[in-house]
Design a protein around this ligand. Structure first.
Ligand code: TZP
Ligand code: MG
Length: 210
């Protein structure tokens, strides 16, 4: 556990309820990062959604993260940009975003990528898929839980967010394996019990961090 760990990371993908409700809940439970990851929206729709979310999160502890797109992160004034292995490099993204975007996250799918990511000093590292997931169109091979501790160790002071196939049932196995920060997409996005699930998960994470 480092002082940079934050517990829950939320990703918005095809929610069955409003962006406003999600953003308000993230703020209410002090969720540090709230990412918009909408692969099927047009650029304009993404910018509109980003504005809607930031009208709630701006001035709070919750940082708005835009996925994939350095240009749209710059235009929307997002707090953070999340980049995958196939997106523009962190160096290029920083060039595009200038001083407008202050944080950057990187996705990794194996220990080699974690090592490379650490060299680039992102603000956090995503690691997974830990388990099988249908949420990603072309998922990388599952990492399993056994190498989570090694990924966390390699990352040092950089927080690692475990992601992919995590749910209510297997969450504790991910935490027992050494994860300090987690992200679950379907578990939250598919549910009419969104807020209750956020509250419950935040409580579980707090308990583990004590
Ligand atoms: N990156 C690695 S797995 C994943 C992403 C974005 C999707 C995780 O979705 P879910 O629904 O929590 O399995
Ligand atoms: Mg991406």
């Amino acid at each position: 556990m480092t002082e940079n760990d934050f517990g829950l990371y939320l990703i918005i993908t095809k929610p069955s309820f409003s962006y406003k409700k999600i953003a308000e809940t993230a703020v209410k439970y002090n969720v540090k990062y709230l990412q918009l990851r909408e692969k099927e929206l047009s650029d304009r729709e993404i910018l509109r959604a980003a504005g809607e979310i930031m009208s709630v999160t701006n001035g709070t502890e919750t940082r708005f993260v835009l996925n994939d797109r350095a240009d749209l992160a710059y235009l929307s004034g997002a707090d953070c940009l999340h980049l995958g292995q196939d997106d523009v490099s962190l160096t290029d993204a920083k060039m595009i975003c200038g001083k407008k975007v202050s944080e950057f996250g990187l996705s990794t799918h194996n220990l080699k990528q974690v090592k490379e990511a650490v060299r680039l000093k992102p603000d956090y590292i995503g690691f997974g898929p830990i388990f099988e997931t249908p949420t990603k169109k072309k998922p990388d091979p599952v990492t399993g839980t056994e190498i989570i501790a090694e990924a966390v160790k390699l990352a040092g002071e950089i927080p690692v967010v475990a992601i992919g196939g995590i749910n209510e049932v297997n969450l504790t196995s991910v935490l027992d394996a050494g994860a300090k920060n987690v992200c679950m997409v379907r578990y939250f996005m598919d549910s009419v019990h969104f807020e209750t699930r956020v509250e419950k998960t935040v409580q579980i994470l707090k308990k583990y961090h004590m």
